[in-house]
Write a protein that binds this ligand. Structure first.
Ligand code: A2P
Length: 305
């Protein structure tokens, strides 16, 4: 069975969840069904992924009672002014009465949805190397004040944030108005982006971290690295299992994405790295270098500040 992490609300979060970013509707339906059959009880989606209705269908067809599942979705960046409307739209697409966790997807409000899943690289690059994104003049602390009202409606059990930096979190924690502490911060984490300072900051403030792209996303340099391949052999496992255990050992939730039935099953298999092997994975960054796999061009976004 999967370990759980206790959130600052008391809720227990299953420490392995299925990621669904970049998965099409059909792939998502099959992946979520495979995952639930393999024992996953935690599915991570977002309005921006455009696959919530497939997640909902797969849940209904899984035969597993709703209360045994943990479902997370996220507020699209164009709806910062109305998270209640965002949540209700997601619930409608999911066909659910509530989600377990609702996150602000990015700490930035956008005027238009140019960032719809998959469209990123069609956004022109400006001469300053940044993408031409319509950022709105809106403070995410205002969004958080509105998010705070949502658990009272019964439509989401816990609220949190995603892609928040230490500075972003400080704006909420140090607002001087006793705002709810986010239950979760979902960020990119893997050996090439260990995020140690941010993770320590979250821990110190009772915020549970969720790692997306724990395998290095779709062009991972880690999965084929000889160190990982050899470690995997030693544990009679796959390189992905080594990365997943490395994350779990560091005390946060891991969200490996796959649309492949075999890999979904395989990723759920848990191994326990020795201290020495854990260190070897930590040192992968010395050979491969630091790398942010997700949206390196989004320079106007405060995740980098
Ligand atoms: P696929 O969906 O075809 O399995 P991340 O979780 O870091 O975003 O990584 C997801 C990427 O890693 C996807 O491209 C996914 O492809 C691939 N992947 C998922 N599980 C494994 C695995 N066990 N071995 C190799 N690649 C994997």
């Amino acid at each position: 069975t999967v370990p759980t992490l206790q959130l600052n609300t008391g809720a227990l979060l299953p420490a392995i969840g299925l990621g669904t970013w970049k998965s099409s509707e059909d792939d998502t339906y099959n992946a979520v069904k495979s995952a639930i059959a393999a024992g996953y009880r935690h599915i991570d989606t977002a309005a921006n992924y455009r696959n919530e209705s497939a997640v909902g269908r797969a849940i209904r067809d899984s035969g597993i009672p709703r209360e045994d599942l943990w479902i997370t979705t996220k507020l699209v960046s164009t709806q910062h002014r109305n998270p209640k409307e965002g949540l209700e739209g997601s619930l409608k697409r999911l066909g659910l009465d509530y989600v377990d966790l609702y996150l602000i997807h990015w700490p930035v409000a956008l005027k238009t949805d140019k960032l719809a899943s998959g469209d990123l690289f069609s956004i022109p690059l400006l001469p300053n190397g940044r993408r031409d994104i319509d950022v709105e003049d809106w403070d995410f602390v205002k969004t958080w004040r509105l998010m705070q009202e949502l658990p009272k409606t019964g439509k989401c059990r816990n609220i949190g944030v995603s892609n928040f930096s230490i500075n972003n979190l400080k704006k909420i924690l140090e607002s001087g108005e006793k705002l709810t502490v986010p239950a979760v911060n979902q960020i990119e984490v893997h050996p090439q982006l260990p995020q140690t300072e941010l993770i320590d900051f979250c821990k110190d403030h009772g915020i549970v971290v969720e790692a997306y792209s724990p395998l290095g996303s779709s062009d991972s340099a880690m999965l084929t690295h000889p160190v990982l391949v050899n470690l995997a052999k030693k544990y009679d496992a796959q390189p992905a299992n080594v990365l997943i255990n490395w994350g779990l050992s560091r005390g946060y939730c891991v969200l490996p994405k796959s649309i492949n039935d075999m890999r979904i099953k395989s990723n759920f298999r848990q191994i326990t790295l020795s201290d020495e092997d854990f260190q070897a994975v930590t040192h992968l960054i010395d050979e491969l270098g630091a790398k942010r796999y997700v949206q390196p061009d989004w320079r106007p976004w405060p995740i980098f500040e």
